[in-house]
Design a protein around this ligand. Sequence first.
Ligand code: HSE
Length: 409
Amino acid sequence: MGKTLKLGLFGFGCVGQGLYHVLHETRGIKAEIKKICVKHPEKKRALPDSFFTYDKDIILHDPEIDVVVELIDDADAAFQIVKAALQNGKHVVTANKKMLAENLEEIYHLQQQYNRSVLYEGAVCGSIPIIRNLEEYYDNDLITEVSGIFNGSTNYILTKLFDEKKNYACALAEAQQLGFAESDPSLDVQGFDPKFKLAIVLAHAFGVFVKPDDIVNFGIDRISASDLAYAQQHNLTIKLVARAFKTGNTIHGLVAPQFVEARSPLRHIYNEYNAVQVRGAFSEKQLFVGKGAGGYPTGSAVLSDISALRYGYRYEYRKLQQHTGTVYSNDITVQARVRFPADQVIPLHHFLELQSGYAGARDQYLIGRVHIDTLKAWSTDTATGLILAPEPDFAPARSIAKPDGLLVA
Ligand code: HSE
């Protein structure tokens, strides 16, 4: 494509403005924003009024616009925009992880149906080029695990808690002010945002479409003062870890806080930085590190997708094409430290192995092995806190023999 790509932009928040700047500060990419569709006419904008429209059809029906860049907050409205853009013959670049995670299989089919591309590098771990790497570089490698820190806001908060001794509310407020957090920050702190990213990674790493509801997520919002004290006493820190991995022909996914030892590479990922570790049968371990949130880093990933469209790039969903017969399952167990209120009868029958326990005046703790289905139930019970062991030692449920007579609730 020799001509200048004309872009129709939806949304002009943190990432939209970041894209505007990186687009104007880079040379060599022939693309320009023709119109920006925004929701609130009353808001003061940094660009002249002539850039803006409040009517989505002005962009969607403009034959001159080649690419719709979707950067709005509302996942349902975003999906309607993506569908309409494809139906109108436009390529799409989006950073909307929730919208993608909830509709990925349909978006895959829509791309075939309309022979147009939907690219979304900016949706997963900001500036880290993980999706295109999973598609292209790891095409022939047998990936066994993709894991790491997939959310900048929570990593920022955890850094402030552990390394700067700030309190949670203050650290969260900073993450919001810096534009890292979602407009509804519970999506970050409860682990939904990294789960959406994990659902996208699952498709590109293992060729499975998994609905976010089928992936268990625990957040960092239940980390207590005693959890922090325990971590510090044992020279550990806590990171929110998203993990997609394979046992045999089965794929698993989980987002949960995890104790991390001083020697772990994740220990040294600070603030809004993200890290993605890929394990392959032949390549072994590789770690990608980069800023996972913020207008410029995410804008740079969006820009890279726009640039890729200039040479007709499309995701081929290669792992899906390879038909490896893999299935997604939550039938897996993990080692964790679980916190219950002091007055609660501990449901011992949920523990498949027990390592140790402790009862304090306010809380009681058990360290042991639990099934992911149990984690799912606990994830909706705010009284229960959970942090995975430093070596969580995932094992298929069937391989764990529950000791007879030992564990009775
Ligand atoms: N709220 C997200 C985060 C933004 O903190 O990682 C980037 O996806």
